[in-house]
Design a protein around this ligand. Structure first.
Ligand code: DGY
Length: 321
């Protein structure tokens, strides 16, 4: 890199990542770390060579088309790239990169936390104590569902799905999965592949979602599919909110078809369907799957490494398009 390229960074990075960014690039940093609207991103991108964005930034086809002509790369500080219209970027010749791998362990921890929290009624118990309403212990008090030895259904057996399966085996769970392609036996680790989601669901005492949000997966877990789960199943989502049809899940939580749900991601977050808040059998987190010091730093560094490679004329390691 002869002259240091100028990068628009829409949100505040972890300190080590920001330090590395500033060693390699000139940067237009976020003043207050408040999420920008699409129009604000387009305006702020005037004169920059690349943009480092996070999942709160939405660049649909019109926005990608409207980006100033100097923008040559969009480095996503996320593994999910559903917030960027990839086809529009391809048409404009803008490179898009993401941050896979480094967040798998942290996201897996949150998936397990959600499974346990939902199955063992963690939110309800917390509310009871904090509200001063815990009167006495009883044999049938706060009785939940046991995770140990149950069948875990995984939708999307990529890096995170595989790690969830590995950790869940520590709870003696039997793993079933659906994926676009069957994994080779060494990655399957004995998990049972189902070619159709409809075949997986009846096997899933616990169901954990790990597929990307695409046109095909939007609304994937709908009323018909929820009805295929064993009655009293636990549903967990650390992927993207719109993969679940909220009204269908809320109805299933009310009827007992789904005993409890653990959700870290929501349609239109941070505005979430208010019904989730009124249900005792939900365990809710504010999209913190990758939120550890280690992982958020590693994600930032990965996003910057992609920018560095690109501006040095090399292939960015995590190029999506
Ligand atoms: C991702 O990387 O896609 C996460 O949802 C952001 O933490």
């Amino acid at each position: 890199m002869s002259e240091r390229p100028l990068i628009l960074v829409t949100r505040t990075l972890m300190p080590d990542a920001e330090a590395r960014l500033l060693r390699s690039f000139k940067a237009r940093l976020s003043a207050d770390d408040v999420p920008l609207s699409t129009q604000e991103i387009i305006a702020a991108a005037e004169g920059v060579d690349g943009i480092l964005i996070s999942p709160t930034d939405r660049l649909d086809a019109d926005a990608v088309t409207a980006l100033p002509p100097g923008v040559r790369i969009i480095a996503c500080h996320s593994v999910g790239v559903d917030n960027v219209n990839i086809e529009a970027a391809r048409r404009r010749g803008i490179v898009v990169t993401n941050t896979p791998d480094v967040l798998s362990a942290a996201t897996t921890e949150i998936a397990l936390l959600l499974m346990l929290g939902a199955a063992r009624r963690a939110s309800e118990g917390e509310r009871l104590i904090r509200g001063g309403n815990w009167k006495y212990w009883a044999i049938n008090f706060m009785v939940g569902t046991e995770m140990t030895g149950k069948r875990l259904g995984i939708i999307g057996m990529g890096r995170i799905g595989q790690l969830v399966a590995k950790r869940a085996r520590g709870f003696d769970m039997t793993i079933h999965y659906w994926n676009r392609r069957r994994l080779p036996p060494e990655l399957e680790g004995g998990a049972q592949f189902h070619e159709r989601i409809e075949e997986l669901l009846p096997q899933a005492d616990f169901l954990s979602i790990h597929c990307p949000l695409t046109d095909e997966t939007r609304g994937l877990l709908n009323a018909e599919r929820l009805a295929l789960l064993p009655r009293g199943a636990i549903v967990v989502n650390t992927a993207r909110g719109p993969i679940i049809d909220d009204e269908a899940l809320i109805a299933a939580l009310r009827s007992g078809q789904v005993a409890a749900a653990g959700l870290d991601v929501f349609t239109d977050e941070p505005r979430i369907n208010p019904a989730y808040l009124t249900l005792d059998n939900t365990f809710l987190l504010p999209h913190v799957g990758s939120a550890t010091r280690e992982t958020r730093t590693a994600m930032g560094i990965k996003a910057i490494a992609n920018l560095e490679a690109f501006f040095q004329g090399d292939a960015p390691p995590d190029r999506v398009v």
